[in-house]
Design a protein around this ligand. Structure first.
Ligand code: PEP
Ligand code: MG
Length: 857
C-alpha cells in the first residue's frame, strides 16, 4: 500500500517548499533532529516560496516571518520553520504573505524569502515541517529521499493516534464530510455570562470531537480551547454568542458546547455573589452594611492608619531579563519545562486539596492548570521567544497582555481571572528560576499589596518606607500578620482578589483598625487619615513615656507585659518600648533564611546576644515550631494531607530529635543561667512534657548546670487546656497560644481568609479554655501567660486579666498601649465581668460587652 495514499483516515500534507528531502534526524539542529518540536521531515529549499501544505488556519505566524503554524481541520498543528536559527535575522529576508488567523487553502502562498541572503547569514537553510502535537497525531507516511515540489508532492501522511480502527470503518464519511461547517446561536443565561467556569466547561465539552469550535461575539472570536480568549470576548449574561464548528463532528461538537452553556450549572449560583469585586471575605463582619465607593473590606491583622501609593510586592520580586541568553529553541525548551513543572506542582495541589475535601481550592488549582496550557498564552510567549526574548520575559508579557485585555472587559468577575493569571505568571517565573530577592526601590510611602506575604518576604522589607501591608488572602493570626504587628506596620488581610484590580501607584488610605482600605481617596480623605495617624501617634507617644514602669491594675494586681520577638532587632525594640520581659521568642523565625539547621553553637550565640540585649530581663525561648504554615528550607517534611494537624511543634522531635537536642543544648549554655526559660510548643499531654523534661535535665547535667532551668508549656491545643492541671504539676508555667488554640477549638484554619473574621479568640469557647487553664495552673500554684495575638487586643486585655492571666506577651510596639490599658483597669471588676463573658454565646457578644464596659480610646 502506498503510505502516502489518503485513505483509512489518513490525511496528507503536501510539500510547503521545493527542494531535496532531509530526514528529520539529519536536520542540523538537535532541537528539531531529536523531535523536540514533534515528528516531521526536513527540506533543503531551492526556491524562496513557502506554501500551505494543507487547508487550515494560520494559528501562529512568527513576527519575524520565518515560521508558521497551521492547524488542519483534523486538529493537527503543522509547524513549518524556514532555516536554522533564522530568528536571529530579525525578519530580514522574509516577507509574510498571510496573516495570523487567516484560513488558507493547500498551495496558498504563505511566506516569500530570499534564499541567497538567508543562506549567507543563517547556519543552514534546511527547513523543517513538524507536527507540534505529535502526541495526538502520528506520521504514518513520509516522502522518500529526493526532490519535492511545493504544493504538489505529498510529503507526510498523518493519522490521529488511537483512531485507526474507527477511522477505517468510517473512511467514506471521513473523506466526504471533512469540511463540514455548523453554526448555532446561544443566549447565555448564566449569572456572569461567559466567565471562567462555563468557559472551562465549554472547552471540556468540545474535547473528543473531530471538529474545531470557535465562539464569536460581536466583532471578536476565540477558539473554544482558549479560556483567556473566551473571557476576553466579554460576553455577559444575556449575550447571544455564535458557535461555529468546522470538521467532521462540527454539529455534534457545537451542540455539546451549546448544551453546556445553556445548562443550569450546579453550584454556579454560588460563584457570583461570593466572588464579586467588592465584598471581600473579610467583609463578613459588615454584612448588611454597604461599603462606600472605592472601598474594600478586610480583616485587621495589625492596627493603625496609613496613607501611601500601592506597590505590588508580587511583581517586585520577579524581573526576568528581556533578552534571551540562549537560542530561541533553548528558551522555548526552558519555558516548556517550567510549564510542565508548574503543571505537576498544581496537579499535586489539586490532589492534596481534593483529599482534604477542599473542593473550592481544588477547583482553583484545576483552573490554573487549564490556563497554563491556554494556546493564546503559549502562542504569544513563543512568538516573543522567536523574537529573541527570554522565556521569562515572554511568559510575563503574554500574561500581562491578556490581563490588559481582560481589563477592557467590563466585568468584575474578570478581576479574579486576572489574579489567576498573575498567579500562574509567578509560578512559571519561579520555575524558571526568577525567585530573586532583588529589592525594588520603593516610594517614600508605600502600601505593599500581595496575595499573601510570606514571613521571608517581610524579612527583606525596607520597613522605613512601608506604611502598610494589604493582602488579598491570609488570616489575622498568620505569621505574616504577626510579623507586621511586631514591626508596627498596619496590616489588613483577606481583602479578596479585588485588591489586584487596583492599579499600581494608586493612592490608598488603609484604616487597618476599621478593616478598610479606600483607593483613589479624595484630598480630604487623605488629610483626615493623616490627622488620625498623627493622633494615634500622639497617644502612642504618651503611652511610651510611662512604658518603662512596671504595671498593675488600679486595685494593685501586678501584670507583666512582655514582648513577642523573633529577631535581635525585635529585642532592642522590646526594650525601648518598656517590655518587662520577652514572653515568647519564636526561634523558627530567627532561623527562617537558613539553608542548613543551626548548630548548637549557633543556637547559643543567637540566644546569648538576645539575652545580652535584654539587659537583665528574662527571655522565654520557645523551641522550634516548624511545620504547618511555618516552613524552613533546611527541613523538608514529608507532604502531609493536613499539615496543621500533622508534624509540627514539639512533634517534630518524633522525626528529627537531633534538631531539638541541638537547640536545647544551645539554650542551656546561655549565661546567666536564670535569664532563659524554655517553652514547648504544641504539647498535647503530660507524657510529652515529662519525656522532654527528662531530656532537658539530662543535657543540663551534661553541661554541669547546677540550677534547674524553668520549663513552660504552650497551651494551644484544646487537650492541653483541658488537662492544664496535669501539665501544671510538671511545668513551671503555662503560656496560652491563643492563635492556635482558637484555630483548633473553632476548627478554623488561622490562614483561611474566608474565616478570618470568625476565627476570633474572644469566642466564649476559647475563653472557657483560658479559664480552665488558669484554674488548672492555680491548683499547683503556677502562673499563666498569654502569648497569642489576643493578649494585645485591647478588648481582650480586661477579660484575660479578669480570668487570672498574669502575663501578657504582645508585639514589642504594642507594649506601651497594653500597659496603659492595664493601668486603667480594676481587677475585681474584670474578674466579675470575665465570668459573665463565659456565659455569652458568641465572640461578637463578648466584643460588644467588653467595648461597653471598657471603651476604647
Ligand atoms: C499561638 O499559637 O498563639 C502562638 C503564640 O504561637 P504561633 O503563633 O507562633 O503559632
Ligand atoms: Mg502556636
Amino acid at each position: 500500500m502506498d503510505p502516502m495514499n489518503a485513505a483509512h483516515g489518513r490525511f496528507v500534507l503536501t510539500a510547503p517548499l521545493s527542494g531535496p528531502v532531509v530526514p528529520l534526524a539529519s536536520v542540523p539542529d538537535p532541537v528539531f533532529a531529536e523531535g523536540l518540536f514533534g515528528d516531521g521531515i526536513g527540506i533543503d529549499p531551492l526556491e524562496g516560496r513557502m506554501v500551505a501544505p494543507c487547508d487550515g488556519t494560520v494559528t501562529h505566524l512568527a513576527r519575524t516571518g520565518h515560521a508558521v503554524t497551521l492547524q488542519t481541520a483534523e486538529g493537527a498543528e503543522v509547524l513549518v520553520h524556514i532555516g536554522i536559527d533564522t530568528v536571529e535575522l530579525n525578519g530580514d529576508g522574509f516577507t509574510a504573505r498571510v496573516e495570523q488567523g487567516a484560513q488558507v487553502r493547500r498551495g496558498d502562498l504563505l511566506i516569500e524569502f530570499d534564499v541567497d541572503a538567508i543562506a549567507c547569514r543563517a547556519p543552514s537553510l534546511v527547513s523543517v515541517v513538524a507536527i507540534a502535537n505529535s502526541d495526538a497525531f502520528e506520521v504514518v507516511g513520509r516522502a522518500e529521499a529526493g526532490d519535492v515540489r511545493a504544493g504538489v508532492t505529498p510529503l507526510l501522511a498523518l493519522r490521529a493516534r488511537g483512531a485507526a480502527t474507527e477511522v477505517v470503518a468510517t473512511e467514506a464519511v471521513a473523506v466526504s464530510s471533512v469540511e463540514t461547517e455548523a453554526r448555532r446561536s446561544v443566549t447565555l443565561s448564566h449569572a456572569g455570562g461567559l466567565h471562567a467556569r462555563p468557559a472551562a466547561r465549554a472547552r471540556e465539552a468540545a474535547r473528543g470531537f473531530d471538529a474545531r469550535v470557535e465562539v464569536r461575539y460581536r466583532d471578536r472570536n476565540a477558539a473554544v480551547e482558549s479560556i483567556v480568549g473566551l473571557l476576553a470576548l466579554g460576553a455577559a449574561q444575556g449575550a447571544t454568542i455564535e458557535l461555529v464548528g468546522i470538521g467532521r463532528d462540527a454539529q455534534k461538537a457545537i451542540d455539546a458546547v451549546a448544551d453546556e452553556l445553556t445548562r443550569e450549572a450546579a453550584g454556579e449560583a454560588n460563584e457570583t455573589p461570593a466572588r464579586q469585586l467588592s465584598p471581600a471575605p473579610g467583609a463578613v463582619r459588615q454584612a448588611g452594611e454597604p461599603l462606600p465607593p472605592n472601598t474594600l473590606a478586610g480583616v485587621c491583622a495589625a492596627p493603625g492608619v496609613a496613607v501611601g501609593a500601592l506597590v505590588r510586592w508580587d511583581d517586585a520580586e520577579l524581573a526576568p531579563p528581556e533578552l534571551a541568553s540562549g537560542t530561541s529553541a533553548a528558551e522555548s525548551r526552558l519555558l516548556d519545562n517550567a510549564i510542565a513543572s508548574v503543571d505537576a506542582e498544581l496537579n499535586s495541589s489539586v490532589r492534596a486539596a481534593s483529599q482534604r475535601g477542599a473542593i473550592g481550592e481544588a477547583g482553583i488549582f484545576t483552573m490554573h492548570r487549564v490556563l497554563l496550557e491556554d494556546p493564546t498564552l503559549i502562542d504569544a510567549a513563543r512568538d516573543l521567544i522567536s523574537l529573541g526574548k527570554s522565556a521569562g520575559f515572554a511568559w510575563r508579557d503574554a500574561i500581562r497582555t491578556q490581563i490588559a485585555v481582560l481589563g477592557q472587559v467590563d466585568d468584575p468577575l474578570l478581576a479574579e481571572r486576572a489574579a489567576d493569571l498573575r498567579d500562574i505568571e509567578k509560578r512559571v517565573l519561579r520555575a524558571l528560576g526568577y525567585a530573586g530577592t532583588t529589592a525594588r526601590a520603593l516610594p517614600d510611602e508605600a502600601v505593599l499589596a500581595a496575595d499573601e506575604f510570606t514571613p521571608s518576604d517581610l524579612a527583606t522589607l525596607d520597613r522605613s518606607r512601608v506604611t502598610a501591608l494589604v493582602m488579598a488572602r491570609g488570616g489575622a493570626t498568620s505569621h505574616a500578620a504577626i510579623i507586621a504587628r511586631q514591626a508596627g506596620i498596619p496590616a489588613l488581610v483577606a481583602v479578596g482578589d479585588a485588591l489586584h484590580a487596583i492599579p499600581e501607584g494608586t493612592q490608598i488610605v488603609v484604616d487597618a483598625s476599621a478593616g478598610r482600605i479606600e483607593y483613589a481617596p479624595s484630598a480630604l480623605d487623605i488629610e483626615r487619615a493623616r490627622l488620625e495617624r498623627s493622633r494615634l501617634a500622639g497617644v502612642r507617644e504618651a503611652n511610651r513615656r510611662t512604658s518603662q514602669l512596671a504595671v498593675a491594675t488600679r486595685d494593685g494586681r501586678a501584670i507583666e507585659v512582655a514582648a513577642n520577638i523573633a529577631t535581635l532587632d525585635d529585642a532592642s525594640i522590646a526594650v525601648e518600648n518598656g517590655a518587662d520581659a520577652v514572653g515568647l521568642l519564636r526561634t523558627e523565625l530567627l532561623f527562617i533564611h537558613r539553608q542548613a539547621a543551626p548548630s548548637v553553637e549557633e543556637h547559643r550565640q543567637s540566644y546569648q546576644s538576645i539575652v545580652d540585649t535584654l539587659a537583665g530581663r528574662t527571655a522565654i525561648i520557645r523551641t522550634l515550631d516548624v511545620g504547618a504554615d511555618k516552613e524552613v528550607d533546611y527541613l523538608t517534611l514529608p507532604p502531609e494531607p493536613n499539615p496543621a494537624l500533622g508534624l509540627r511543634g514539639i512533634r517534630l522531635a518524633q522525626v528529627r530529635p537531633d534538631l531539638l537536642d541541638d537547640q536545647l543544648r544551645g539554650l542551656l549554655a546561655v549565661q546567666p543561667a536564670g535569664a532563659v526559660r524554655i517553652l514547648l510548643p504544641m504539647v498535647t499531654d503530660v507524657g510529652e512534657l515529662v519525656r522532654l523534661r527528662e531530656r532537658i535535665d539530662a543535657f543540663a547535667r551534661e553541661l554541669g548546670r547546677a540550677d534547674a532551668i524553668e520549663v513552660g508549656v504552650m497551651i494551644e491545643v484544646p487537650s492541653a487546656a483541658l488537662l492544664a492541671d496535669q501539665l501544671a504539676r510538671h511545668a513551671d508555667f503555662l503560656s496560652i497560644g491563643t492563635n492556635d488554640l482558637t484555630q483548633y477549638t473553632l476548627a478554623m484554619d488561622r490562614c483561611q481568609a474566608n474565616l478570618a473574621a470568625q476565627a476570633d479568640g474572644l469566642h466564649p469557647a476559647v475563653l472557657r479554655l483560658v479559664d480552665a487553664t488558669v484554674q488548672g495552673a492555680q491548683k499547683h500554684g503556677k502562673w499563666v501567660g498569654v502569648c497569642g495575638a489576643l493578649a494585645g487586643d485591647p478588648l481582650a486585655v480586661p477579660l484575660l486579666v479578669g480570668l487570672g492571666v498574669t502575663e501578657l506577651s504582645v508585639d514589642p510596639v504594642s507594649v506601651p498601649t497594653v500597659k496603659a490599658r492595664v493601668r486603667n483597669l480594676d481587677y475585681q471588676l474584670c474578674r466579675q465581668r470575665a465570668q459573665d463573658a463565659l456565659a455569652l454565646e458568641s465572640a461578637q457578644s463578648v466584643r460588644a460587652a467588653s467595648r461597653e464596659i471598657w471603651p476604647l480610646d
